[in-house]
Design a protein around this ligand. Structure first.
Ligand SMILES: O=C[C@H](O)COP(=O)(O)O
Length: 279
């Protein structure tokens, strides 16, 4: 990273720390930005469970509700919500970066679009860990998703070790600059998911998350000062019906990406209701 970027990032970190105190003063959430509640089911649920869940799930009342089931369930899920005329969107958990070809086991963005997906999660920490996806791959996948009309939900976040070594801002900056290379920031959604908070029951505090979201927005401003304010930045990591309200009250937290608590329709619906109040 060249020296001028390093100096700029240092300044951003300082500003984000200073701003975090003022942004905690109960400012209204998400100044006009879309509010999202996204379910990432990971490798859970079968067809019957999916349809039962979607049958019970109500619309978002101004919140963008996106359900991301495993790949084989995307099409039945889409057909079901379409048949019910429900404003619930269906998103994929992954996409391949190439248009088509000899990529066994992969799914093309064009096919996801054809079956009615609206969004695609990209760069989830589990993909980074188990499928060795790096920032360059995330960038290629996000470009491919956009090319085919899917909104990328780009996941970033530090590990526990990186947090303990005070590397959070540095790691996030690298992930953001890598993911956004040659891209228009206004076209994507970001999800800040600290790896240490995923599936552990130990979420970031809302204040911590707000400070980091403010920092992420500062880096987006560095890339595109005009559009950074429009980008929805979601928090993910042990969100549940009990802590959702605290996250929703933060000015730079524009929704949540929910794993475990999205598997039960009741708890997921309660999280949606929290964000619908502010939407
Ligand atoms: O994509 C969702 C995240 O990995 C969060 O999962 P979790 O809510 O089970 O911690």
């Amino acid at each position: 990273m060249d020296q001028s970027i390093k100096a700029y990032i240092k300044q951003l970190v300082q500003e984000a720390i200073e701003q975090s105190a003022s942004s905690l003063n109960n400012l209204p959430p998400g100044t006009g930005r879309k509010q999202y509640v996204i379910a990432n089911w990971k490798m859970n649920k079968n067809i019957q469970e999916t349809l039962e869940f979607l049958q019970q799930l109500k619309e978002g009342n101004g919140v963008e509700v996106v359900v991301c089931p495993p790949a084989p369930l995307l099409y039945p899920a889409k057909l079901y919500v379409q048949g019910q005329k429900k404003e619930i969107q269906i998103g994929a958990q992954n996409v391949h970066q190439e248009d088509k070809g000899a990529y066994t086991g992969e799914t093309a963005a064009s096919l996801l679009k054809e079956i009615g997906c609206s969004h695609c999660i990209i760069g989830h920490s589990e993909r980074r860990q188990y499928a060795q996806e790096d920032d360059a791959t995330v960038n290629q996948k996000a470009k491919q998703a956009l090319k085919r009309g899917l909104t990328p939900v780009i996941c970033i976040g530090e590990t526990l070790e990186q947090k303990q070594q005070d590397q959070t801002e540095k790691v996030l900056t690298k992930q953001i600059l890598g993911a956004m290379d040659g891209m228009d920031v206004s076209q994507v959604v970001f999800a800040y998911e600290p790896v240490w908070a995923i599936g552990t029951g130990e979420s970031a505090t809302a204040a911590e998350a707000q400070r980091i979201h403010g920092y992420i927005r500062s880096v987006l401003e560095y890339l595109d000062v005009q559009n950074a304010e429009k980008v929805s930045i979601l928090y993910g990591g042990s969100v549940n019906e009990n802590n959702a309200q605290e996250f929703a009250s933060m000015t730079d937290i524009d929704g949540v990406l929910v794993g475990g608590a999205s598997l039960q329709v009741d708890s997921f619906q309660k999280i949606i209701a929290v964000f619908a109040k502010g939407a």
